[in-house]
Ligand binder design. Structure first.
Ligand SMILES: C[S@@+](CC[C@H](N)C(=O)[O-])C[C@H]1O[C@@H](n2cnc3c(N)ncnc32)[C@H](O)[C@@H]1O
Length: 431
């Protein structure tokens, strides 16, 4: 069987055959054995009845099937399972509409489809590896000032938004490093947030997220280095993993995520004076008193007579981001812009809008305060921020509020709707 002319039209470039074959493989992999056998019979594959799923897939891969032929061979009710497995939303209508919904979903995933935009940003639906290797990525080469993202976590249990496991995860994340590096401006930065992972069924922390980050930063084709490691501490985190923390009581609450700041130069754009946090009460009274104990400290630091008396407008942030106060009697000390997003106001607003729209908020949103901190620290107004795993678009939303341009790419359509909810209607253009 050969690919028809209409497929070439549907897929844009006629020479894009290998990627189209990827789409056929994804659809075939989502089919059940009886459906595969039926197709294999039609393609005259020998000894079909004795073949396992993997053998059927291999045989069909060599049969030059085109996407329409595969989809047309599947019953309408089974096409809904195919769409579900591929995480493509299709209209609950007739077969022709469902087939073209799936085809369109696969094309979107590969080429990226603009779902909505504001005057500062664009939200694309698509698989980021493919979209950023394509035309959209080519237009961004060398122009992105900050890639700020929380990729799917290397979890043991599959979550709704999907993820790889084990070595597959390491490889998957690492192969993105050269691509991200190519998109960066020479003084741009990459900031990746990753939660901790645990071994399946054991009270043992996995090293997978650390291996994955190391593989990413050490990918030779990417020329990256670790500028600094951060910890994002969430004192309000619910106790977990529940089995070991609340049932067996042999581990304590896992309450931070890893944040790695990387760049392809030792001197990416950064200014810690943009993210000064308010002085503590004791520092404020010291400044007011105009004197303190100078001299040698047990730490071997020598404190000069006047060094601590200059008011710099705030103190330098540590690399532990505590976005909520762990002590209710103590005001949280965060840079002004970070604080603006760390407080629950914008979060509450997002929840309220989701509730009104009958939508369950994204289960793994990035804390808006974390996004605000890195955007302020590493970029300037007008700069371009990219989130290749956009989800509900915390990165784009915060970038917009801080006058940065933004681009988000997300594979799952349902999250595009959540991003739309973040922006007022008069600022949003939808497609
Ligand atoms: C940890 S979540 C990011 C959440 C986001 N930072 C937010 O605040 O809502 C990871 C996201 O990556 C998306 N995703 C997973 N694999 C993807 C891929 N290959 N290309 C694009 N998006 C992908 C998932 O659907 C999920 O929404």
């Amino acid at each position: 069987m050969t690919r028809s002319a209409s497929d070439h039209v549907a897929y844009g470039k006629a020479d894009d055959v290998h990627v189209v074959e990827d789409d056929v493989s994804s659809v075939l992999a989502s089919l059940k054995v009886p459906q595969l056998k039926c197709l294999a019979h039609r393609c005259d594959v020998p000894k079909v009845s004795s073949l396992t799923k993997s053998k059927l897939l291999a045989a069909l891969k060599n049969s030059s099937l085109d996407l329409h032929q595969v989809l047309q061979s599947v019953k309408l009710e089974d096409l809904f399972s195919v769409a579900d497995a591929l995480k493509i939303n299709v209209p609950k209508r007739n077969k022709a509409d469902v087939v073209s919904g799936i085809v369109q979903g696969l094309v979107d995933r590969r080429l990226g489809r603009l779902d909505h935009e504001t005057h500062l940003g664009k939200y694309y639906l698509g698989e980021s590896g493919k979209v950023l290797h394509g035309e959209i990525g080519a237009n961004l080469e060398g122009k992105v000032n900050l890639i700020l993202t929380s990729p799917p976590f290397p979890l043991n249990k599959k979550k709704k938004y999907g993820n790889f496991r084990g070595d597959e995860y390491r490889q998957w994340l690492s192969q993105l490093a050269p691509l991200f590096s190519k998109l960066l401006a020479p003084d741009g930065s990459i900031v990746i947030e990753l939660g901790n992972a645990w071994e399946h069924g054991r009270p043992v922390q996995s090293l997978l997220h650390l291996h994955a980050l190391i593989d990413f930063v050490e990918n030779e084709e990417a020329n990256l280095r670790l500028c600094q490691q951060f910890v994002c501490y969430n004192p309000a985190r619910l106790p977990g993993p529940a089995q070991w923390v609340t049932i067996k009581r042999t581990r304590v609450t896992d309450s931070f995520t890893q944040v790695w700041w990387m760049a392809k130069s030792d001197w990416p754009k950064a200014d810690n004076r943009r993210v000064l946090r308010p002085y503590s009460d004791s520092m404020n009274s010291l400044l007011a008193r105009g004197q303190y104990n100078s001299g040698d400290r047990p730490s071997e630091h020598k404190i000069s007579d006047t060094g601590f008396l200059a008011n710099h407008g705030g103190s330098i942030m540590p690399n532990v981001l505590e976005l909520e106060s762990s002590d209710l009697n103590e005001a949280i000390r965060l840079p002004q812009n970070t604080l603006r997003f760390a407080n629950t106001q914008s979060n509450d607003d997002f929840h309220r809008r989701c509730k009104t729209a009958g939508i369950v908020p994204h289960p793994a949103r990035m804390p808006a305060g974390l996004a605000a901190f890195f955007i302020e620290f590493l970029t300037e107004p007008g700069d371009l921020v990219l989130d290749p795993f956009g989800g509900s678009n915390t990165t784009g939303y915060v970038s917009e509020q801080m006058d940065r341009r933004w681009i988000a790419v997300e594979a799952d359509r349902q999250y595009a709707l959540q991003s739309r909810l973040r922006f007022p209607d008069d600022k949003l253009k939808t497609y």
